[in-house]
Design a protein around this ligand. Structure first.
Ligand code: SF4
Length: 485
């Protein structure tokens, strides 16, 4: 792993600098104000009559210099000081490596936020995109993607302070995928399933009471995980029945049935009868050999059967997740997956790029991961496939260590975008979340402020601490945050 020494009067920005360096050099060890790095970044600031002179050098060979007028607001000063440092480090690295990353100097999870911020200052969508592209050196195709999805999002109703989504987390899966970074335990012998369901029923009942007390308006329901359908049918029914008072008041109800090997007609009927409008069946690839490699104990044929069963049961909106960049896959294999997915006709499609956070596990496999260039080409193919079916991008997020510096994009046929996904990914909608590890968010859109109330992640602790989980939510939702503005 390469190492970098960063000498700076602003060590509080070292994580942000590290994010930029990783875009060019991959995983690094960063020494802050300490010798020992193979590469050396020097950052200096000096007050001058014209403003603050900022200098950055990389290995004493690549340098940038600029003057910044200090901001009156502490918050803005911090933002622009950090941005200036990141952009100068970015420029030096770009010159040294000759590499232009697809997202330029953007390293955040939600690149669309910057466009929205520019629009809040009065710019049109086109002008805001231009501004973000110029500042952060974003490549045309990525900027177009952002532009198109913001246009789609503008066609859906924006949440207000009174709207609330309910998220229900089921942190169990039938086996663990090699790339998984979610909170999820293997079902195993299933000993925890009943106590977990009972605890969840309590938390749901108390959270629904809280929604009424606070006068919140139900907007969308989402049950995810883990794999909700890894619960046996009677327990799945109990959880959905507990949510019924909320479900009956919303027009969008999603249940993730991620793994095709957890689906049967009984569970599909339970989900449909609960009021579900959308189900997610996620094969990730059409290649059995890859499925085995990544620890998913199902086949492509089981996915085909699950789709047929879901259609017969009466589901009109099925979402499909695919992953570009899976171990051992090449362009031909990904193209086959896309063609196969086309035949199954999902109404919405999410194309993920493999996040190689858990690369240690993936590298234990004796097959190579596609390189960054190939993964980038796969995401391009995925985009073409979605567009050719009449879908449009409607949400996007990025993660650290994404293969080929790509992104995850949700596409949907007109009228089929998932409101919950938009609320979550754009962080524009309030969410009350129940279940182990679930995080509730109170969004104050007018003020651009978010407060979070996380539940404990450990399943045993969760089961024994339900009153505390509800109190955490109540505290965040009843507090007066006006002192912050
Ligand atoms: S199905 Fe999803 S949550 Fe479950 S192990 Fe795989 S990636 Fe993790």
């Amino acid at each position: 792993m390469p190492s970098v020494s960063l000498f700076t009067p602003a060590p509080q920005f070292s994580n942000d600098v590290a994010d930029i360096v990783r875009v060019f050099l991959g995983k690094i060890t960063l020494f802050i104000n300490e010798e020992g790095g193979e590469a050396v970044i020097r950052h200096q600031e000096e007050e001058t009559a014209k403003g603050i002179l900022c200098r950055v050098s990389l290995n004493d060979a690549y340098t940038r210099e600029a003057i910044r007028t200090p901001e009156n607001s502490e918050l803005l000063e911090k933002r622009y000081r950090k941005r200036q440092l990141k952009l100068m480090v970015y420029d030096c690295l770009k010159e040294m490596t000759g590499f232009t990353p697809p997202w330029g100097a953007l390293t955040g999870i939600r690149p669309s936020r910057l466009v929205y911020t520019a629009m809040d200052s009065g710019l049109s969508l086109d002008a805001a995109c231009q501004q973000v592209q110029q500042i952060f050196d974003v490549q045309d195709e990525k900027m177009q993607l952002l532009h198109d999805l913001i246009e789609v999002q503008s066609r859906y109703p924006q949440p207000t302070e009174k709207d609330v989504d309910l998220y229900v987390g089921i942190p169990f899966c039938v086996s663990r995928c090699a790339y998984c970074s979610f909170l999820s335990e293997e079902v195993g012998k299933g000993k925890q399933l009943l106590p977990y369901t009972e605890a969840l029923e309590q938390e749901i009942a108390q959270t629904l009471r809280l929604i009424d007390e606070l006068g919140l308006r139900p907007r969308a329901f989402y049950m995810g995980g883990g794999t909700p359908t890894s619960l046996p049918a009677p327990l799945l029914k109990r959880v959905l029945t507990a949510c019924k008072p909320f479900i009956d008041r919303v027009s969008e109800v999603t249940v993730e049935a991620g793994r095709p090997d957890t689906i049967d007609r009984e569970k599909l009927d339970i989900i449909l009868q609960s009021g579900a409008t959308r189900i997610s069946i996620n094969p990730q690839t059409s290649h059995d050999i890859t499925l085995q490699r990544i620890g998913r104990h199902h086949t492509a044929k089981q996915t085909e059967d699950a789709y047929a069963l879901a259609r017969q049961a009466g589901f009109h909106h099925i979402n499909m997740d695919l992953i570009a960049g899976l171990p051992g896959e090449d362009l031909r294999m990904f193209e086959e997956t896309l063609r196969w997915s086309h035949d199954l006709s999902p109404e919405s499609l999410t194309i993920h790029s493999l996040s190689i956070k858990r690369s240690s596990i993936l590298h234990l496999l004796d097959v190579p991961l596609p390189d960054g260039q190939m993964t980038a080409e796969m995401t391009r193919m995925g985009q073409q496939a979605a567009l050719s079916r009449g879908m449009k991008p409607y949400y996007l997020y990025r993660q650290k260590y994404m293969a080929g510096h790509q992104e995850n994009v949700g596409y949907a046929l007109p009228g089929h975008a998932c409101l919950y996904n938009i609320d979550m990914m754009e962080e524009t909608g309030t969410v009350l979340a129940v279940g182990a590890g679930a995080i509730s968010k109170r969004v104050l859109p007018e003020k651009g402020h978010i407060e979070r109330a996380p539940n404990v992640s450990d399943i045993c602790h969760y089961i024994s601490r339900i009153p505390e989980m509800v109190e955490r939510k109540r505290a965040v939702f009843t507090a007066d945050w006006s002192h912050l503005y």
